[in-house]
Design a protein around this ligand. Structure first.
Ligand code: SF4
Length: 365
């Protein structure tokens, strides 16, 4: 989920600036493509992947970390298998002391020493637990090689340390990749979020990838699971936890479609829909393990590589300028247009929410 844009990003976007006098506020660094699991929606056992972040890319990138408000240390892969994770965390904190450092993890390698670093109240941090089931059986069937209870033991330890220190960090989130198998367990996944003191549950749709399981076997028909979603929203709302993501948006739309339309008052016109806009081209750089730089995690093509070019040259290069111009003009490029239709970058609109869940935008600034 992209962050809320800062004032200067909003100003640059509304002015339609193609060349920016500042660097990425949200820097996403894929520290490794390796993983300790083989989730059905992600990869098959033995599937070849890239390795860890290339040193050359990292050294080229680090001078620009100081501009960032948020540094995300993950991509495709489990960040905690990267042996240099703690050292990188320390370097990022030294270069950008006020930046929030966040990452997604399956939690299985989150040990006491890392928990100690993350629960430091002086350094903003956020951890999103990837949790694709509320029962050990469902979790293990999806997150092959994983163990729900083992992951929760680690996260419980982190949450307990945070509470004991009275630290606001790490901010905790739970993310679920919505599938047929885990849709009935959405209420239980919210319970896990409550147990951890998480702020939000992100329900993302499964996306196509380079895995062997056919997508059709995984995708949940939301119509079959509306009760589970509504119960999850009720529990989240009672605990003050936000629910969002592209899967949640599909649920909300399905529920909204079931409601009888209110008769229109004489002469009333349909309210104009707000034009969708994505701030990512104005604030985010996504650096892949091999040094490729993309405008966001959704954009498939690199705009440059840190092995050849410096980040500022890529950031204000022709392709990025074109992407910003297209977004600002109201005619986003085709990748962005289809992404915006998917609901990835927009929170579930409050008025469409199925249950009185809180607003679903969460800021990291
Ligand atoms: S693909 Fe385009 S619309 Fe989607 S998040 Fe990236 S920049 Fe935004």
């Amino acid at each position: 989920m992209p962050p809320e844009a800062s004032e200067r990003v909003r100003a640059a976007a509304s002015e339609g600036r193609e060349t920016l006098p500042f660097g990425p506020a949200w820097l996403n660094i894929e520290v490794t493509q390796r993983c300790n699991l083989w989730c059905v929606m992600c990869r098959d056992p033995g599937q070849p992947t890239g390795g860890d972040l290339e040193d050359r890319a990292l050294e080229s990138l680090l001078p620009h970390v100081a501009d960032a408000r948020v540094v995300v240390l993950n991509g495709w892969g489990e960040p905690l298998v990267f042996p240099g994770f703690r050292a990188l965390l320390a370097r990022v904190r030294a270069l950008a002391p006020g930046a929030l450092v966040r990452f997604n993890t399956n939690g299985l390698l989150l040990d006491a020493s890392l928990a100690d670093l993350l629960a430091d109240p002086r350094h903003p941090s956020a951890v999103a637990l990837s949790c694709d089931g509320a029962t050990p059986a469902t979790y293990a069937a999806i997150r092959r090689g994983g163990d729900l209870e083992a992951a929760l033991r680690r996260l419980d330890l982190l949450a307990a340390l945070k509470r004991a220190r009275g630290s606001p960090y790490p901010r905790l989130f739970v993310e679920v990749v919505l599938q047929r198998r885990n849709a009935p367990e959405l209420p239980g996944i919210v319970d896990i979020a409550v147990r951890l003191g998480a702020e939000a549950v992100t329900v993302e749709d499964v996306r196509g990838g380079s895995f062997g399981t056919p997508l059709g076997e995984l995708i949940a028909d939301v119509e079959d699971h509306l009760d589970a979603y509504e119960e999850a929203c009720r529990r989240a709302s009672a605990a003050g936890i936000a629910v969002g993501g592209s899967g949640a948006l599909r649920f909300a739309r399905a529920l909204a479609a079931r409601r009888p339309a209110a008769p229109a008052a004489a002469g009333a016109r349909e309210a104009p829909r707000a034009r969708r806009f994505c701030y990512e081209p104005f604030q985010t750089a996504y650096v892949k393990q091999n040094g490729d730089v993309r405008p966001c995690c959704r954009y498939p093509a690199p705009f440059g590589n840190l092995g050849r070019d410096a980040l500022p040259a890529i950031w204000n290069g022709e392709r990025w300028r074109r992407l910003r111009a297209a977004m600002a003009s109201g005619s986003p490029d085709p990748v962005c247009a289809s992404c915006m239709a998917s609901g990835h970058h927009v929170p579930v609109p409050h008025e469409e929410a199925a249950a009185p869940a809180p607003a679903t935008t969460w800021a990291f600034a």
